[in-house]
Design a protein around this ligand. Structure first.
Ligand code: NDP
Length: 474
């Protein structure tokens, strides 16, 4: 293998030493003065401090959002709202490099992913929804769809800016105002986005950002909002559903997954191997729709595994700001210990772990790409979301067995099918209990395409015309 010289990203974004909460168009400290630190997971160094929102701050932000919704944003014409969204989208594009570096610093993901995926796709969501803002009456949701009001949004740490865009762009396009809580470990790009809203002259109170931990999220869920949109773990999603039950609040949940990536014996194997690698090692495997279970037809299993291991040997693990890096840092010490604990159960239950011989940096949170073979359906590594760079490989003999195994988890978010036969793709897609099925590709996203789960992966759709429904009273 060629040795690569380091190719460090040279742009450094302006990161403040301290950020406040973004409430009613301004940065303010928390009522009780609480603060916390955000850490760079690749070095364990503190990046900045940030105010932590408590119940009183949540109430203030929701009241500001309510005023803005009733007085300014709700009554505004769709075409005017669209102009703001276009402006935000263009500003995101202009500042794409700074946002990409900031995201890599705060989250640990490689710069090539933040630069080529997270930030451009976030901008795309604003462009896409800007286009809908004055066409809602033609979305097939009735002649006069109305906004819901104030929306509370809670997002995870795996795609901080992109999840913000998935949440905020459709909500604003539909005339709602928002109070958003970023994840505790990754508030940076949400705070930079708040600065961008100021620069775009977005009316005060339309977007409010409340950094904090789980308690802040719980307070937001319990507050006087009209709808909650949540992305995160199934356990927290369940708790939120319990809180919201019996109220008039609307709820959409985008939760975990344990996707099957199915490789049939007639698949183009080199392409499939690229898809397997992308499916599980993209974003360190911190992906709700990750192809974390490889189901490979027995007759080609040895060949696929051999090619897969050879490919994984070439992956570069290390400095997220190096443009050659394929796998960055694990987002937090907690997530690293969760990944370790689950992989230990895999070995304990009799599966065989394989890892490439790569060096890991001394400081920071790191985990080698891992491939488990000899995995049985009942093992925890075949059932639970590991949310790390860990692939569980199972085999099957017949297409029916592949479908039965693929559907045998509590989740139903995504699936992949690799075969050269179009008829087999359609046959499998009809039978897979998953919100998204990719064929001969994996992890493809587009703002125009709805995304969401079945079973314990949640309900509601984000993106596309279907995603608008979650933000409209129709
Ligand atoms: P969580 O579901 O706890 O986090 C998602 C968001 O919810 C965060 O902003 C979190 O805040 C917030 N939150 C936590 N508790 C509550 C609550 N009671 N009420 C309202 N909001 C709350 O995921 P974790 O970060 O703890 O990760 C745990 C596991 O969940 C991972 O290992 C992974 O398996 C899975 N996960 C799945 C995701 C997905 O998209 N499918 C995304 C993230 C995690 P805070 O950041 O402070 O915790």
């Amino acid at each position: 293998m060629f040795e690569y010289a380091p190719a460090p990203e040279s742009v450094r974004p302006q990161i403040n030493e301290h950020y406040g909460l973004f409430v009613d168009g301004e940065f303010v400290d928390a009522e009780d003065g609480a603060v916390f630190k955000s850490v760079n997971p690749s070095t364990e160094e503190a990046l900045f401090t940030v105010a932590e929102a408590g119940e009183a701050d949540v109430a203030k932000a929701v009241a500001a959002a309510r005023r803005a919704q009733e007085a300014v944003w709700g009554p505004m014409s769709g075409s005017e709202r669209g102009k703001y969204l276009f402006r935000i989208a263009r500003l995101l594009q202009e500042k794409a490099r700074e946002f990409a570096v900031a995201e890599s610093l705060d989250n640990g993901k490689p710069i090539k992913e933040t630069r080529d995926f997270d930030v451009p796709t976030a901008a795309q969501h604003f462009f896409y929804h800007a286009g809908w803002a004055d066409k809602l009456a033609y979305a097939g949701l009735g002649p006069d769809p109305r906004p819901l009001g104030v929306v509370g949004q809670v997002i995870p740490w795996n795609f901080p800016l992109l999840m913000l865009a998935w949440k905020i762009a459709p909500a604003l396009a539909c005339g709602n105002t928002v109070v958003l809580k970023p994840a505790e470990t990754t508030p940076l790009t949400a705070l930079m986005f708040a600065e961008l809203c100021q620069e775009a002259d977005l009316p005060a109170g339309v977007v409010n950002i409340l950094p904090g931990a789980g308690a802040t999220g719980a307070a937001l869920v319990d507050s006087a909002v009209d709808k909650i949109a949540f992305t995160g773990s199934t356990a927290v999603g369940r708790a939120i559903a319990r809180t919201v039950a019996g109220s008039t609040k609307r709820l959409t949940l985008e939760l975990g997954g344990k996707a099957a990536n199915i490789v049939f014996d007639d698949a183009p194997l080199d392409q499939a191997v690229e898809g397997i690698v992308n499916g599980i090692f993209f974003n360190q495997g911190h992906v709700c729709c990750a192809g974390s279970r490889l189901l490979v037809q027995e007759s080609v299993a040895d060949e696929v595994l051999e090619r897969l291991k050879a490919r994984v040997e070439t992956l570069r693990v290390g400095d997220p700001l190096d443009k050659n890096t394929d796998i960055g840092a694990i987002n937090s010490a907690e997530q690293l210990s969760r990944i370790r604990a689950l992989t230990e159960t895999g070995a304990g239950e009799g599966a065989e772990a394989w890892q490439p011989a790569c060096d890991l940096p001394e400081r920071g949170f790191w985990f080698r790409p891992t491939v488990f073979t000899g995995v049985q359906q009942s093992m925890r590594i075949a059932q639970e979301e590991i949310f790390g760079p860990v692939l569980s490989v199972l085999t099957f003999r017949t297409p029916d067995e592949a479908i039965a195994k693929a559907n045998n988890t509590p989740y139903g978010l995504s699936a992949g099918v690799w075969t050269e036969k179009g008829s087999k793709i359609l046959w499998a897609a009809e039978r897979l209990r998953a919100g998204v099925v990719w064929a001969n590709t994996f992890n493809q996203f587009d703002a125009a395409s709805p995304f969401g789960g079945l079973k314990e992966s949640g309900y509601g759709r984000e993106g596309g015309r279907q995603g608008l429904e979650a933000y409209l009273d129709v």
